[in-house]
Design a protein around this ligand. Sequence first.
Ligand code: SAH
Length: 349
Amino acid sequence: MDRYFRLIDKLKRERTLSAAEWTDLIEHRSQELSEYLFSLAREEQGLYYGKDIFVRGLIEFSNYCRNDCLYCGIRRSNRNARRYRLDEDEILSCCHEGYALGLRTFVLQSGEDASFTRDRLTNLVRRIRSSFPDCAITLSVGEWDEASFKAFFDAGADRYLLRHETYNPEHYAMLHPPSLCAQNRRQCLWSLKKIGYQTGTGFMVGAPGQTPEYLAEDMLFLKELNPQMVGIGPFIPHRDTPFKNETAGTLELTLFLLGCIRLMLPKVLLPATTALGTIHPEGRELGILAGANVVMPNLSPQGVRKDYLLYDNKICTGEESAQCRDSLERKINAIGYRTVTDRGDSLNL
Ligand code: SAH
């Protein structure tokens, strides 16, 4: 018992554990241990970020995707997905709406939609950059070659989110079609860092086939990459995917890993994700109390929001952007934190 409390102390002191220690800790976690971990994680969070929770506006601008990831509801072979893409003006008007709500970071996310070529995306970023010089632009548009990442950066994108999904190559191959591989995904992340992006990575918790050993590899990779942001959320099955009968990741393990990541990378930006809010009504608040410090309310137009379904039962698909933001703010205030609406750059630079 004491041994695992000591491992948490060691994690706080040395900011890392060995693969064997990570596996051991993850396998032997308990409620008491989690409570101890979360209190230390909150302390670290308070040291660097006080009670501030950063709010990012998420714009899901296209659900067309050339990829066929086995877990994802917008995978190419899902014939039931109603496909949409927003045009430039529609995306800009989402940004205007977000700006009026006080948001100063726009996260543009989509499937890998071939109609958004390098040039189109570059132009889009340039337009947003010139209309909103005081805002951060975050892209989450999948894998590209380094020259394209550089073109988006030069056009004014500041940040890039690309989850590594899972470090282990065999596990990666279980979750993805043969056209995708773990090594290429990670190569993209090193390129993004080299170019100068504030880079975010992460993984799903409880993805089919995931083991404590694989999670240990994920934690070591996070340590090695030292990203500015880490997005983790529970895997949730989608009814039109090969994983429809798999069980979802748990709140409990997701919270535990959030706490571990806060101790390992104390200055990192760590979202309490929509997926976490989907598996439990207080998921995002509990995420914050375990060490998370970012939320990403949806700014996508209401007409398309219910079509960007990566998994079943996604929350906030019926609300307006303003409602979405307000209800989140109330929940955050209720647990003693406050939302801040500046750019909220990472301190982990
Ligand atoms: N095309 C972009 C954006 C992908 S969607 C890219 O490749 O990065 C963003 C994230 O949602 C993915 O990285 C994945 O980790 C997560 N996701 C996809 N399907 C999911 C599911 N069924 N349950 C939980 N998270 C999921």
